[in-house]
Design a protein around this ligand. Sequence first.
Ligand code: 13P
Ligand code: SF4
Length: 352
Amino acid sequence: SPSDPDLVERARAAKEKLGDKVFVLGHHYQRDEVIQFADVTGDSFKLAKDAAAKPEAEYIVFCGVHFMAESADILTSDDQKVVLPDLAAGCSMADMATAEQVAECWDVLTEAGIAEQVVPVSYMNSSADIKAFTGKHGGTICTSSNAKRALDWAFEQGEKVLFLPDQHLGRNTAVRDMGLSLDDCVLYNPHKPNGGLTVEELRNAKMILWRGHCSVHGRFSLDSVNDVRERIPGVNVLVHPECKHEVVAAADHVGSTEYIIKTLEAAPAGSKWAIGTELNLVRRVANAHPDKEVVFLDKTVCFCSTMNRIDLPHLVWALESLAEGNLVNRIEVDKETESFAKLALERMLALP
Ligand code: 13P
Ligand code: SF4
């Protein structure tokens, strides 16, 4: 069993044997059994920065999902090796934009005569190929904690933004933070010819949103918000910006996983919170604040199944293999992709 004291002891021993050679990063959606071994925890932005903070570590064990490990590889030196304890820990949202589909989209924009006005902004939750496309076409990466700054920057570079692959983060940021209207946004469907859009619609749009979403956050609904407000009078609704627009519009606070943690730390004793994000994080926050009432926004929504693939047995296996000198599950982005993806990531890191 994952809470097996023997496995806990083995993870501890392997980490001790590796010493400064290993640096373990843990995303806030990771299981408790894994997060206890993380040297640092964070949201996607913080982890991207932290990955580069230990240049002396030979191995970076990334407890998170594939696109995060790729980003860590891009941002660290060539002799640092990034390890993902389970290679099947992907992200269904990142998979919703493939390099072929995005290249085809760019052709559509070119044919409509607008490609020169378009700046791509890609969410961190995308493959290294999509980040490379973004870098090649003068765009930047963003995370849920800097999406507004990324859009401010992008609209200084061009008149239109192609936002990949999360339609919700794109729409929420445009409407909530940038003062754009829903009519300024169009939805590009990669499964339809020309994205399912007319040339007229593309020319009139300010935000071209890719039709991708997070399967976990997509399940919170306006009903979830209304129900919890009825059940718990005075509740503060706090959601992640990957939630649908109507959910975000009805919430009191919106932000990244790190923002959610900080908000609860600053909240007064006795305050009531309904949180709309992944369950490992909500549980941890609830346990950390017994003096506050913390509930899950909707009980039918649960863990991110791919984040949860990183469990204690996989972590023990990865750490013990490294301690024995076997490099397992390395995530390595090829040089060509890396150079363009790095451009886009560095633009994000340089955002004001
Ligand atoms: P943040 O931790 O950046 O808020 O991202 C959430 C997420 O869905 C990561 O996959
Ligand atoms: Fe991807 Fe959603 Fe899981 Fe984040 S929570 S890793 S966006 S599927």
